[in-house]
Design a binder for this molecule. Structure first.
Ligand code: BJW
Ligand code: ZN
Length: 273
């Protein structure tokens, strides 16, 4: 990455008014949420064949509830502590300034929203929403409730059956029908929310620039969106720690931390193109 390339890419982006930002775990890494893959990723500690799908999670609940407890505790600690970083904030400001049409994210955190972005399409769902397994209704899982669940987990350290029983007790229930709920996130083998995917595709088809931030680009169908943008003639710019399946097809690729590079690409006061 050279400074002149960054300046050129920023100049090209400053002429665009329908930018779609497509993000993955890397945009939240500097907020303290580990990525999935790679060194230090979540899946170094928790096998995706077990923790990445519902049958695997069901199995671990029954056979190793302590492992499930660790997974949930880690997740709650991490998400409760995370704050938006410079990339989330500058994206929110650029949207408010009318330069960005939408953020399409694979992340289930709320950092884009807290960074000020209003139009966020969450392809893989939302950790802060619960869905009832009985009646299908969705409702918010606010931070206060999350903190209370986190506190209750602390007291549960021994005895498989005792942990199973306690987990069952503290699983949030539906406000309407008292049914068990689950986080409204998309695991492997589950469909993405159809209307969210459709709107994300529409925005992608009609954008003039597509800014990819912090994704390895290996999970489908989300991984197809950059190709859709490219096929429609959008300017494609990538920010990542390392090369990805998008590097070859991008007009510009910048390798480094999103929190430093994204503010250079979409500065608050863009220079005229
Ligand atoms: C930084 C940075 C910094 C770091 N700054 N950058 C065979 C072929 C093709 C497809 C399939 C197949 N077999 C099955 C499928 C379908 C499957 C799929 O795509 N699998 C592939 C992995 C092979 N997809 C699905 O199942 C989806 N549903 C679906 O397709 O339904 C129809 C269907 C059903 C049944 C069968 C077939 C089709 C659902 C996908 C759901 C994904 N869910 C997860 C979370 C799981 C829950 C959990 O365990 O918590 O979503 S998986 C995980 O990956 C998470 C993410 O959203 C997603 C993408 O990851 P992301 O965001 O790219 O993160 P990383 O970690 O991979 O990359 C981070 C990047 O950031 C890296 O590049 C770093 O370098 C970079 N970085 N720090 C900038 N500071
Ligand atoms: Zn219900």
């Amino acid at each position: 990455m050279s400074r002149s390339d960054l300046t050129e890419a920023a100049g090209r982006l400053s002429a665009c008014r329908r930018i779609v930002v497509f993000t993955g775990a890397g945009v939240s890494a500097e907020s303290g949420i580990p990525t999935f893959r790679g060194e230090g990723g979540i899946w170094e500690k928790y096998d995706p064949d077990v923790f990445g799908n519902i049958p695997g999670l069901g199995q671990v609940w029954l056979t190793q509830p302590q492992r499930l407890l660790d997974f949930i505790t880690d997740a709650l600690d991490t998400f409760l502590a995370a704050q938006p970083n410079a990339a989330h904030l500058v994206i929110g400001k650029a949207e408010a300034a009318g330069r960005i049409r939408a953020v399409v994210t694979q992340n289930v955190d709320d950092l884009h929203e807290r960074g000020g972005t209003r139009t966020v399409f969450k392809l893989h769902g939302d950790l802060y929403t619960l869905r009832c397994l009985r009646c299908g209704r969705s409702g918010p899982l606010d931070r206060g409730r999350m903190e209370r669940i986190r506190d209750q987990l602390d007291g549960m350290r021994s005895g498989r059956l005792a942990i199973l029983k306690k987990l069952w007790e503290i699983m949030p229930r539906c406000g309407e029908c008292e049914g068990l709920t689950r986080p409204d996130v998309v695991f492997f083998g589950e469909s993405l929310p159809a209307n969210v995917l459709r709107q994300a595709e529409e925005e992608t088809r009609s954008c003039d620039a597509f800014l990819i931030v912090g994704t390895s680009g290996v999970v489908y169908p989300a991984a197809l969106l950059p190709k859709l943008a490219r096929s429609r003639g959008a300017l494609v710019v990538e920010v990542n720690r390392e090369a990805s399946p998008y590097t070859e097809m991008s007009d510009f690729s910048f390798f480094g931390p999103a929190g430093s590079i994204v503010p250079e690409l979409i500065p608050e006061s863009p220079r005229p193109a």
